[in-house]
Every structure is written in structure tokens, then in C-alpha cells.
Design a protein around this ligand. Structure first.
Ligand code: DX5
Ligand code: ZN
Length: 223
């Protein structure tokens, strides 16, 4: 598992009245990517932000934007997110027939492709996609809201995903999202994740730099 570890703070937990500043401060604090949750009130029961906000944030940092789309339909909006400044775009396996066309469009826009699995979605759904994705996102809470508790049973799925990716020989990031904290991140790293999204754990901290560094040393202890 040689992939470099990444911490991607989720701006869902940021101060929305000062998003540009939050992204700048998070960059100085050592964020490797900024995770941006897009929700439509239909695929998930919550509404967040769209491509115009991403495009407004783009000049505030040079770190990659990791865009997590929890929307249905997704296909009509992909070009907008790509052009707004996303570096990777992750779509959910649960969007059914849109999945393969969505991955093709993301790729044709020159962006990294990601597939996300909600906790109840079996891992075997990613098997046919191992040649076409750059990232597998194992959701460790039900998508829709920040601040939820990490679902312990996802650890086994994560370990199985690690095995699947290693056996495929492909270079694919294994990302986790939801309920990631300083006190559970070591176990999650041990299960095989290399890319860690954290919203409330980082944005509610007094000092973003200290928190990101603590997370990185917990991960290093696991490896
Ligand atoms: C949930 C989102 C997450 C969320 C994580 O649907 O995908 O990215 O912001 O927030 P925490 O870290 O607070 O669980
Ligand atoms: Zn997310």
C-alpha cells in the first residue's frame, strides 16, 4: 500500500458565511484536498451547494477539489462541476444506469473518477469498475449529513475493498467519509483506507493544523 495518505477536510462542516477564508485556512493547515459535498434533497434528504459555489472557491486554494456528488440525476451536471474546478468527481454506485455514462463523462472532462458506495451497497458493485475509476469511496455513514457516528460494520467492507484494489493491481485511492475522528482514524487506516474525509472533527477543532497533524500521526502509527 504505497499510496500517499491524504486528509480531505469536508467543507460541509465549515462556516458557510466565510467559505473562502475557511478553504484558505484549511490549506495552510495542511489539507491535501478539499472535500465538497453536493446534495440535492432527492438522492439524499439534504440540500447543500452547486457548481457556482465551487467555482467561487476555486481561486482560494491550489489544493485539489474532491467533489462528492449525492445527486440524481447526475449526468446533466457533470460538465458544470468539471468546469467549476473539480479535480476528482465521485458519483454513487446507487445511481443505477447513469453510473457508466457518468464515469465516461468525468474522464472525458479530464478529471479523476470516483465511485461511492453507501453503507448498505455491497462491495461487489465496484468489481466491474476497477479499470475505470481512480478512487473508491466507502461511505462510513449514511450519506446526507455531517456529524454522524462512524458505522463500525463498514470496517470489514473497507478491508475487503483494500484487498480487491491490491489484487487488481490498479492505482486506485481508497477513501473513507463519515464519522472519521482522531480516536478512530488509526483503526480505519489499519483496515486499508489511504484517503480520509473529515468534516466536523476538523472544522470544530480549535486548531485545524494540530488536528490534521494528529490525524496524520495516528495514520502513520497504523502503517
Ligand atoms: C456525508 C458527507 C460527508 C460529511 C462528513 O454525506 O459525505 O462528507 O461531510 O462529515 P463528518 O466528518 O462530520 O462525519
Ligand atoms: Zn462526502
Amino acid at each position: 500500500m504505497a499510496t500517499r495518505v491524504q486528509i480531505a477536510p469536508s467543507v460541509l462542516a465549515a462556516d458557510f458565511a466565510n467559505l473562502g477564508r475557511e478553504v484558505r485556512v484549511m490549506t495552510e493547515a495542511g489539507a491535501d484536498a478539499i472535500h465538497i459535498d453536493v446534495m440535492d434533497g432527492h438522492f439524499v434528504p439534504n440540500l447543500t451547494i452547486g457548481a457556482s459555489v465551487i467555482s467561487a472557491l476555486r481561486p482560494h486554494t491550489a489544493v485539489p477539489f474532491d467533489v462528492h456528488l449525492m445527486i440524481d440525476p447526475v449526468v446533466p451536471y457533470l460538465a458544470d462541476f468539471a468546469r467549476a474546478g473539480a479535480d476528482s468527481i465521485t458519483v454513487h454506485a446507487e445511481i443505477g444506469e447513469q453510473l457508466n455514462p457518468a464515469l465516461d463523462i468525468i474522464k472525458s472532462e479530464g478529471k479523476k473518477t470516483g465511485v461511492a458506495l453507501s453503507p448498505e451497497t455491497p462491495l461487489d458493485r465496484v468489481v466491474p469498475l476497477l479499470q475505470s475509476v481512480d478512487l473508491v469511496l466507502v461511505m462510513t455513514v449514511r450519506p446526507g449529513f455531517g456529524g454522524q457516528k462512524f458505522i463500525e460494520t463498514t470496517l470489514d467492507k473497507l478491508a475487503a475493498a483494500r484487498k480487491l484494489i491490491d489484487e487488481s493491481g490498479e492505482s486506485i485511492r481508497l477513501e473513507v467519509d463519515g464519522g472519521i475522528k482522531i480516536d478512530n482514524i488509526r483503526r480505519i487506516a489499519q483496515a486499508g483506507a489511504d484517503t480520509f474525509v473529515a468534516g466536523s472533527a476538523i472544522f470544530s477543532a480549535e486548531d485545524y493544523t494540530v488536528t490534521i497533524n494528529q490525524m496524520k500521526s495516528e495514520i502513520a502509527a497504523a502503517r
